[in-house]
Write a protein that binds this ligand. Structure first.
Ligand SMILES: Cc1ncc(COP(=O)(O)O)c(C=O)c1O
Length: 382
C-alpha cells in the first residue's frame, strides 16, 4: 500500500464529459472554454476568468499584463512553488524574497513593509502573495500596503480555490475573487483541488486586464474587431503585441467543468480530514499553521512541522506513506542563488524548510487510510 500526499479523483461523469467533447466538433477553442470560465468565475466570485494551459502560464500572462519590465522589483514568498517567482523572471524583472510569518507560514506583511520602507520610492512594482497550503492571505491588508506604495498585487491562489477570509467589513472574500488583488491565478494540475489534466485560470475584476489577458493567451492577437488598427475584411486579424499559445483545450475544460461541480463538497471533505488530524496530533510535539477564526482554509496541503523532520519523513516513506516537503525555499535554488540570493537570509522560511512535511490530504483519502497515517505518526512520536 502506498498513500500519496495528494491525489486526483476522476469519476464516470468526468470521463463521460470528456468523451462528449471528443465526439463533438470542437476539441479546442469551442464552447467548453467559456462555460468553464463562467463556472469558475462564479465559484470564486470574480467578474472575469481566463482559462489557460497551466498555472505557470497563468502567472506568466498575469505578470505580462501588469507590464513587468527588465529591472522591475517584485516581492514574493520563498515558501512556494518556483513558478510564483519565475513569472517575474520571464518578464526580466527581479524577484525579492521576504520572510514568512512563523504562525501562518505565509509571506510576512511586516517584512514586506520593511523592504518597501527601506528602498527609494518606486523601487518595487508589485507583490505576489501566495495562499500557501490553502491558507487565504488577508489581501485587504496587502491592498492597503500596495496602495501606499503604488503597487499591483497578484494573488497566487493555486492552493486555495474555495478558501476565503473575512475582511474588516465582515464580508467573505474568496481567494482569487479580485476584490483586493488585481489578479488571481489557479492551477488544475492533478494534485490540486480540481484538475483538467494540466490547466490554469486567471481571475480579475478589471475589464482592461481581462481584454489584454484574452489576447495574450492567443499570440497577442486582438480578438475585438472594434479594436483593430486596420480592417481588411472578415479574414483579417492583427497581432498587436507578442503573446503565446497558452490555450486550454475543450477536452480539458470539459474535465474541469465536471470536477468543479464537486469542488465545494470535496473542500468540506478536506476540512474533515484536517479536523481528524488536528484532533489526533494534539499530544505530539508537532506544529501546524495557526488558523484564525476569520478564515476558511483551502487545505491543498496539510503540513506538520517537527524538529526531527528527516527521520519522520524517512519513517513515513518506509511505511508506504508518500509524504513530501513543501517547499524548498525558492531562494535556495541554484538559479536564484546566482541572482544574488544566498543561503541563510530568511531565517523563518529556512527553519520552516528544515521542519515541514506534507502528509496525505485529499478528498478520496479513506478513513482506513487516514487512520493508518495517524497511527504511523503517533507510533513515530511514541
Ligand atoms: C503555488 C503554486 N503556484 C503556481 C503553480 C504552477 O501551476 P502549474 O503546475 O499548473 O503550472 C503551482 C503548481 O504546482 C503552485 O503550487
Amino acid at each position: 500500500m502506498t498513500i500519496p500526499y495528494g491525489k486526483h479523483h476522476v469519476t464516470d461523469e468526468d470521463i463521460q464529459a470528456v468523451v462528449d467533447v471528443l465526439r463533438s466538433t470542437n476539441l479546442t477553442q469551442g464552447p467548453k472554454i467559456h462555460e468553464f470560465e463562467a463556472a469558475f468565475a462564479d465559484y470564486v466570485g470574480a467578474r472575469y476568468a481566463v482559462a489557460v494551459s497551466n498555472g505557470t502560464a497563468a502567472l506568466h500572462l498575469s505578470a505580462m499584463s501588469l507590464n513587468i519590465r527588465p529591472g522591475d522589483k517584485v516581492i514574493t514568498t520563498p515558501i512556494t512553488f518556483i513558478a510564483s517567482a519565475n513569472c517575474v523572471r520571464y518578464c526580466g524583472g527581479d524577484v525579492v524574497f521576504a520572510d514568512i510569518d512563523p504562525d501562518t507560514f505565509l509571506l510576512d506583511i511586516k517584512k514586506v513593509r520593511e523592504l518597501l520602507e527601506s528602498a527609494p520610492s518606486g523601487t518595487y512594482k508589485g507583490i505576489i502573495p501566495v495562499d500557501f497550503a490553502g491558507y487565504p492571505v488577508n489581501l485587504e491588508e496587502y491592498r492597503k500596503l500596495a496602495n501606499e506604495y503604488g503597487l499591483w498585487l497578484i494573488e497566487d491562489a493555486c492552493h486555495a480555490p474555495g478558501g476565503y477570509f473575512y475582511d474588516s467589513m465582515g464580508e467573505k472574500q474568496f481567494c482569487g475573487n479580485g476584490r483586493y488583488a488585481d489578479i488571481g491565478v489557479f492551477s488544475f494540475h492533478p494534485v490540486k483541488h480540481i484538475t483538467s489534466g494540466e490547466g490554469g485560470m486567471i481571475t480579475t475584476n478589471d475589464e482592461k486586464l481581462y481584454g489584454r489577458l484574452i489576447n495574450l493567451r492567443t499570440h497577442g492577437i486582438q480578438q475585438d474587431r472594434k479594436k483593430l488598427i486596420e480592417d481588411h475584411g472578415p479574414w483579417y486579424y492583427e497581432m498587436q503585441e507578442l503573446g503565446f499559445n497558452y490555450r486550454l483545450s475543450d477536452i480539458q475544460a470539459a474535465l474541469g467543468i465536471s470536477q468543479l461541480k464537486r469542488a465545494s463538497k470535496n473542500l468540506e471533505r478536506r476540512h474533515q480530514v484536517a479536523r481528524s488530524y488536528d484532533e489526533a496530533f494534539r499530544s505530539i510535539p508537532t506544529k501546524t499553521s495557526k488558523i484564525g477564526e476569520d478564515i476558511f482554509h483551502g487545505y491543498h496541503l496539510y503540513v506538520i512541522c517537527s524538529d526531527t523532520r528527516d527521520q519522520l519523513f524517512e519513517y513515513l516513506r518506509q511505511s508506504g506513506i508518500n509524504v513530501q516537503v513543501h517547499y524548498i525555499p525558492v531562494h535556495y535554488q541554484p538559479y536564484y542563488r546566482n541572482h544574488g540570493w544566498y543561503k541563510r537570509n530568511l531565517p523563518v522560511a529556512e527553519a520552516f524548510y528544515e521542519q515541514c512535511v506534507s502528509i496525505p490530504m485529499y478528498p478520496s483519502l479513506s478513513s482506513d487510510e487516514q487512520d493508518y497515517v495517524i497511527k504511523k505518526i503517533l507510533e513515530y512520536f511514541n
